[in-house]
Ligand binder design. Structure first.
Ligand SMILES: C[S@@+](CC[C@H](N)C(=O)[O-])C[C@H]1O[C@@H](n2cnc3c(N)ncnc32)[C@H](O)[C@@H]1O
Length: 313
């Protein structure tokens, strides 16, 4: 089935790539804040940077839209009530397009408040994409923002970003390790997304915080250990992590920590998504390891903090 994803405009590149990574080598069309791609999967509980999912019905030139609507088999799509919504056009009215569909239905029935089928017409310059609304993206992750968890880590990752990083691994399921797990920002989302989760942190207090947070959200299956990130044991399908970047500990020590972690991780997994602080010379560090940079994204956190999400393989 061809789907259209309505993307979050705050970071369109990340929004589009998290879906493309999940769908691997599929061809796609990206326009405005929409992505058209073939998919059979239900991503409504997975994505971090999308708003809604539609089923693509047909594409038309703006000048031929009426003709296309008249030819479409609406009876096979609309079984009960319907309504029309327009995106990105000020001149064509919902009423006009709705009346064209109405004329082509055997038993037409419009319901503006609670329709069974919502038809969207998304305008993009001279093109129009007609689609059926399927679902909103589940945003219950918003209730798991760092300050809402029982145990807070000062640099804990936003759940939306945690999800994007997990999706950039391209994995649908499997074993994920966060070797700098802190209070569990990444692991909580990975747990909700159905992954088998393991976390390490050097400090006992963080390990305790992480467990308390996971259990608070009903995630009871995990493997959390007090351990140094340079001593990764076992194999994982992916490593997803947000590196420590303590403002006062810039420089050699952290570079060394990153290097030791990257080398140790190479024995344990083939894919990683790692968040580096903007001041780190991560390209130089990665160059002396066996890892290759597949993609990187700049993310603005706040006035004095920018970070880089780096996809490695
Ligand atoms: C940026 S924080 C991770 C935050 C975490 N993603 C969260 O949402 O709470 C980095 C964590 O790395 C831990 N850490 C620092 N050095 C480490 C090491 N050598 N091995 C493992 N963990 C380490 C710190 O204790 C800290 O909790």
């Amino acid at each position: 089935m061809k789907l259209i994803f309505e993307l979050n405009k705050s970071n369109l590149n990340l929004a589009k790539e998290e879906i493309i990574y999940l769908e691997k080598d599929k061809s796609f069309k990206f326009f405005d804040n929409y992505l058209l791609i073939e998919s059979e999967k239900d991503y409504s509980k997975r994505l971090g940077f999308s708003h809604r999912i539609f089923e693509f019905l047909f594409k038309s030139n703006k000048s031929k839209l009426n003709e296309k609507i008249e030819k479409y088999d609406w009876d096979s799509l609309i079984k009960k009530t319907f309504c029309v919504r327009i995106k990105n056009d000020k001149y064509i009215t919902e009423k006009n397009l709705s009346s064209l569909i109405w004329k082509n239905l055997k038993k037409p029935n419009v319901n503006l408040k609670n329709p069974d089928t919502i038809i969207f017409f998304i305008f993009n310059k001279e093109e129009v994409y007609c689609c059926r609304f399927i679902t909103d993206i589940d945003k219950s992750y918003l209730s798991r923002k760092a300050h809402m968890r029982p145990k807070l880590h000062p640099s804990s990752l936003d759940p939306r970003l945690a999800r994007v990083c997990i999706n950039l691994t391209g994995l649908k399921n499997g074993k994920i390790l966060d070797p700098f797990c802190g209070s569990g920002g990444i692991l909580i989302e990975a747990g909700f997304m159905g992954f088998n989760i393991t976390g390490y942190d050097l400090f006992k207090k963080q390990i305790e915080y992480c467990k308390v947070n996971l259990m608070h959200y009903g995630i009871n299956k995990f493997n959390i250990k007090q351990r140094d990130s340079s001593t990764i044991e076992k194999k994982f399908d992916a490593i997803v992590t947000d590196l420590p970047y303590g403002k006062n500990s810039k420089g050699k020590n952290l570079d060394e920590l990153y290097l030791n972690f990257l080398n140790s991780a190479h024995q344990s997994t083939k894919r990683m998504v790692v968040i580096f602080p903007s001041w780190s010379e991560y390209k130089k560090i990665i160059k002396i390891t066996k890892w290759k940079i597949k993609n990187e994204f700049e993310i603005y956190i706040h006035k004095s903090l920018t970070r880089y999400i780096v996809v490695l393989n």
